[in-house]
Design a protein around this ligand. Structure first.
Ligand code: SME
Length: 153
């Protein structure tokens, strides 16, 4: 199956879940599990939820437990994405100075803010064990998921 077909199939599964699921955590858990299982280069998938003015708190995730359960805005890749409201793609984490390491096996990371009414309400964070795995297609695919998830906030 081509990567485009895989992305299309996964989007259908996720769309169906979001349309039928009212519980935010169940839906975010399903999305984390599905992305990790179906996309080879996604090795850790999770959501951070904004708490108060300045904190990201770990929500549902799939993969190894992480020590980074609470991250300040500005800190690490997640904190930078929250502060700037921008998507961060780091194709080689060894070159990123403002980085919070979860495991030496992680080589690259993509973080997408989840926006609601102009504010960051959460983030989708994906780690990969491969260097430079994230393409424009990954970005487009994940942007669509983040926009669908907005309904839970
Ligand atoms: N590497 C992230 C921390 C979170 S973990 O990847 C799960 C960062 O630099 O913000």
């Amino acid at each position: 199956m081509s990567q485009k077909q895989t992305f299309d199939n996964v989007l259908s599964l996720i769309r169906e879940k979001i349309n039928s699921e009212t519980n935010r955590d169940s839906s975010l858990q399903f999305i984390s599990d599905t992305l990790k299982e179906k996309i080879d280069h996604y090795d850790w998938v999770g959501f951070y939820l904004v708490e108060g003015e300045n904190d990201l708190v770990l929500g549902p995730y799939a993969g190894e437990p992480t020590v980074h359960t609470r991250i300040k805005f500005g800190s690490g890749i997640c904190g930078q994405a929250a502060e700037t409201k921008k998507i961060f793609i780091v194709q080689d984490v060894s070159k990123e100075l403002n980085y919070l390491s979860c495991s030496p096996t992680v080589k690259s990371e993509i973080v997408l803010p989840i926006m609601k009414s102009g504010n960051v309400v959460g983030e989708l964070d994906i780690d990969s064990h491969t260097i430079s795995p994230f393409s424009d297609e990954d970005k487009e695919f994940l942007v669509r998921i983040c926009s669908m998830v907005g309904k839970y906030f």
